[in-house]
Design a protein around this ligand. Structure first.
Ligand code: ADP
Ligand code: MG
Length: 550
């Protein structure tokens, strides 16, 4: 009786749907494809990717988060993996490639289990148990220290493979110096706000010319040649409105009938500008940073008063200047007073390659520091900037936590061993998933070895044997292209980075595993009006799309 009944349509026409095993399989494939795409970049011997965007701009990078951000990924599951890299990057600043590779490997291992008939929920549960246990082991294994020597090694590890080459030593020193400068104690705990470190870049020179500035660097020159190039004992005004005569919104016509009045009219404008400068001068300021423009005439009067002036300063720089010098940003010049001024020991214009920049040093708040990156080309300075930001984050984290782990795959090899033993103690079906997690961890040392041109299988076998013998700090030592003690090699990663990478890898892979139905609504083709038929009859939905119903 029911046989002839029409199927009930609950989804809009044009919606695509993938269900059950098929959906699962496709999702896993997409995630694995993303992991595969970036696995060759892992580690100090990892390769770079060249990304060309739709308008032809090029980025050359080794940084997982950057590569994935620039890749125009379309598949919804692949996008979830890209999100992992982003969240790892925002939360801890490093370990993005590792997190993505681990997620891909967890899914690959899960594929085998699914084929054996293990339910996705069981796998997800097993992974959850395993990662919780893994985090406990990481805590136990973590070493304690936050001295500059350790911090420098952590910076070097984060920088390795990022095209910084021989300059890694210098850059690491600068990073540690900057972190030490901004670190502060709050309620007995060390807190590092890396936002206090301003990273600027200017191409030209070599990476070795990269410098540390104990203060702020503003990428602007003084507006008038007659202004002083150095102001000592600077009293700084920050103004976010223009030192110009406002143009009226409506068009106005001034009719001057008497030729002698022309000069009067011009004088009046000049007087207004002079008055503005007077207000700045009266407040006691000898430096002014203006977020908007400064009229030529105003520039002239400022120069006459010996005031160093900079115009069109970025809003973010204005805020940094306020924080660093203690100045208040004012909109109305009448509000300028001694109390609203900030102080710095020195404001100075310096020449950097062909440009002039303003250095504000000896600020009221010594927690404001800058690093100026130099390098041959735009691509070089940009990649150094990304590498430096990674290093700043990991050193900051280690300064706060004082906990770190041996790198080079040592931790993953050791965890793999520990988790395998743990699996036996759990039993049941989850045991299979926990074992799969243990196996997945091996992807890190294996990939590191592979990327360095070592035999991945033999190296892994050797590494596992060493860990079974109790050499728990052994990893891949690139200086000898063999397995070796990472404590001796000085290769360290922060505990927080490792913990977060495992956590997010498990989170995303479990989420992907649990999906058994992908319902994708038809992509809208822009306007809805009947007059706007999309070019061609585009796809299946084309027929029903823009036509009126009758
Ligand atoms: P991620 O985005 O995951 O940080 P990287 O390309 O920075 O990816 O590689 C990080 C991995 O490389 C870590 O496991 C780290 O311990 C390892 N590593 C970095 N430098 C060295 C080194 N000099 N020797 C051995 N392993 C290293
Ligand atoms: Mg890294």
């Amino acid at each position: 009786m029911l046989g002839g009944q029409m199927p009930i349509l609950v989804l809009k026409e044009g919606t695509s749907r993938e269900q059950g095993k098929n959906a699962q399989k496709n999702n896993i494939e997409a995630a694995k494809a993303i992991a595969d795409a970036i696995r060759t970049t892992l580690g100090p011997k990892g390769m770079d990717k060249m990304l060309v965007d739709s308008i032809g701009d090029i980025i050359i990078s080794n940084d997982g988060a950057t590569i994935l951000k620039e890749m125009d990924v379309d598949h919804p599951t692949a996008k979830m993996i890209v999100e992992v890299a982003k969240s790892q990057d925002t939360a801890v600043g490093d370990g993005t490639t590792s997190a993505v590779i681990m997620a891909g490997e967890l899914l690959k291992q899960a594929e085998g289990l699914l084929e054996q008939g293990v339910h996705a929920t069981v796998i997800a549960n097993g992974y959850r148990l395993a990662v919780n246990e893994a985090k406990k082991y990481l805590e136990e294994m973590a070493l304690k220290a936050k001295d500059d020597k350790t911090l420098k090694l952590i910076a070097m590890t984060a920088l390795s493979g990022k095209n910084t080459g021989l300059s890694s030593e210098l850059l690491s020193d600068l990073v540690v110096k900057a972190i030490d400068a901004v670190a502060e104690e709050r309620n007995g705990k060390i807190v590092v706000d890396t936002a206090n470190i301003k990273v600027d870049k200017k191409n030209g020179g070599s990476v070795n010319d990269t410098q540390y500035i104990s203060g702020l660097l503003i990428d602007k020159e003084k507006v008038h040649a007659k202004m002083p190039s150095i102001v000592k004992d600077a009293k700084i005004a920050l103004v976010d409105s223009a030192l110009e005569i406002k143009k009226t919104e409506i068009e106005a016509k001034v009719q001057i009938t008497d030729p002698t009045k022309i000069q009067d009219f011009l004088n009046q404008e000049s007087d207004t500008l002079k008055l503005m400068v007077e207000k700045v001068h009266k407040s006691g300021a000898n430096v002014i940073f203006c977020q908007k423009g400064i009229d030529d005439i105003a520039q002239h009067y400022l120069a006459k008063e010996g005031i160093y002036a900079v115009r069109r300063v970025k809003k973010s720089d204005m805020e940094k200047l306020a924080k660093a010098t203690g100045a208040k940003i004012v909109t109305n010049l009448d509000d300028l007073s001694k109390a609203s001024l900030g102080v710095a020991e020195r404001v100075e214009e310096k020449r950097i390659s062909d440009d002039r920049m303003t250095f504000v040093t000896g600020c009221a708040n010594p927690k404001a520091v800058s690093i100026l990156i130099r390098g041959g080309t735009d691509h070089v300075v940009s990649e150094i900037e990304r590498a430096l930001n990674d290093a700043i984050r990991v050193v900051g984290i280690t300064k706060e936590d004082g906990r770190y782990l041996p790198g080079g795959g040592a931790v993953e090899a050791e965890l793999s061993l520990k988790i395998r033993n743990y699996a036996n103690s759990v039993g049941g079906r989850e045991q299979l998933a926990i074992e799969a997690f243990s196996k997945a961890l091996e992807v890190i040392p294996r990939t590191l070895a592979e990327n360095a041109g070592m035999d991945p299988i033999n190296t892994l076998i050797q590494l596992k044997a060493e860990h079974e013998k109790g050499q728990k700090n052994n990893g891949i030592d690139f200086s000898i292209n063999k397995t070796g003690d990472m404590n001796k090699a000085g290769v360290f990663d922060p505990l927080r980075v490792k913990k977060h990478a495992l956590e997010s890898a498990v989170e995303v892979s479990s989420m992907i595993l649990r999906i058994d139905d992908v319902i994708a609504s038809k992509k809208s083709s822009g306007g809805e009006g009947p007059g706007q038929m999309p070019g061609g009859m585009g796809g299946m939905g084309g027929m029903g799309g823009g036509m009126p119903p009758y």
